[in-house]
Design a protein. Structure first.
Length: 215
């Protein structure tokens, strides 16, 4: 029932947003330009930083989630460390390529073009989507989806985000809002098995030369 209420309420919010064409949200505003320019050097993402960030995220999951990695990890090291090493090296090209300014409202008019000129951002830093789980899907005259997402921010934080999407006739309108920054086990919106499944899809797409897409 919780997700149905959220989906119903936010579908109305999305329609309203489409009418007014602009949503203001203080927390989504960017840093002043001067501050962003000063941060450029320290925000250049490296593979080592991606490993560090993933390890911090993995440590919020139960140790048993990494049993499959135990035989590969060295003596005295955590299986989660091996997992972070493994995925950081394979996901780094995707993460670096897909770091972007995330808008609260975005869409596709059915021809591949963005129908809005939005300026309100969800985060103060560029971010990359690394995990997605569709919680509910309704299909009748249009499609309504409520998704749980995990975003990796360029500054090393992870965010749990809700995304409500409405699609019809090839067009799509999506509205995202921040659930919480992931700092405790209870903040994680996606189980490790589903997160790992998404990683596998990304890695396979990179190997085949396709554009990686999460559900």
């Amino acid at each position: 029932m919780k997700h149905k209420k959220i989906a119903a309420a936010l579908s109305a919010a999305v329609v309203g947003a489409a009418v007014f064409g602009r949503i203001r949200y203080a927390a989504g505003k960017r840093k002043p330009k001067a501050e962003r320019e000063n941060d450029v050097q320290k925000e250049r993402l490296t593979e080592g930083e991606v490993r560090e960030y993933l390890l911090r995220l993995f440590r919020l999951y139960e140790d048993s989630e990494f049993d499959d990695f135990a035989e590969f990890s060295g003596e005295g090291s955590e299986p989660g460390e091996y997992a972070a090493d493994n995925y950081a090296s394979q996901l780094f090209p995707y993460i670096k390529e897909n770091m972007k300014d995330v808008m609260m409202l975005e869409g596709d008019d059915g021809t591949g073009n963005e129908p809005f000129d939005m300026t309100d951002e969800l985060f103060c830093y560029p971010a990359c989507l690394i995990g997605c789980e569709i919680k509910e899907l309704f299909s009748d005259r249009f499609v309504l989806c409520l998704e749980n997402e995990i975003w990796m921010l360029e500054n090393g934080e992870f965010a749990s985000v809700y995304c409500v999407s409405i699609g019809k006739d090839g067009g799509r309108l999506s509205y995202r809002f921040l659930d919480t920054y992931i700092r405790n086990p209870g903040d994680i919106p996606i189980c490790f098995a589903d997160l790992e499944s998404g990683f596998t899809r990304i890695i396979e797409a990179l190997k085949e030369g396709w554009k990686p897409e999460l559900p």
